[in-house]
Design a protein around this ligand. Structure first.
Ligand code: DGP
Length: 115
């Protein structure tokens, strides 16, 4: 039995995704249930289950991940209008996939506070 999440399977190309960016560090693909005109998920190839686990990670690896999130947002053309980066952590954070991922949301004016 595999414990792979849906994102492990996307990373291994076992299931399809609309990939917008990939390099040796990250994979970015469009969210299947977009909450904004642009809604892209960025996952690190180094596997962390959730944001909280970054506390024990190498700072350089964490830095690369966040740099790539910014690079992907720029490549999506969102710098001018702005965007939001969201990382849901654990139950109350509404994390549904236990593989760390950053949401990039843009293309409309987002409301605040979040629900
Ligand atoms: P979160 O609640 O932060 O764990 O967000 C998980 C996101 O993953 C959610 O917005 C929907 C998205 N998602 C779930 N399954 C798939 C899938 O099979 N393909 C893609 N592209 N996105 C998915």
């Amino acid at each position: 039995m595999s414990n792979d999440t849906i994102f492990d399977k996307i990373l291994k190309k076992q299931i399809p995704a609309a990939v917008v960016y990939e390099d040796d560090q990250v994979l970015a693909f469009r969210d299947i249930t977009p909450q904004a005109p642009t809604h892209v998920l960025v996952i690190p190839k180094l596997r962390w289950e959730r944001f909280a686990h970054l506390a024990d990670a190498q700072a350089a690896d964490v830095g690369v991940f966040f740099q790539r999130v910014a690079t992907v947002a720029t490549s999506l053309g969102l710098d001018g209008s702005g965007y939001r980066v969201v990382i849901n952590n654990g139950r109350d954070g509404q994390q549904t996939v236990e593989y760390l991922h950053a949401h990039i949301l843009g293309g409309r004016a987002l409301t605040w506070p979040p629900g």
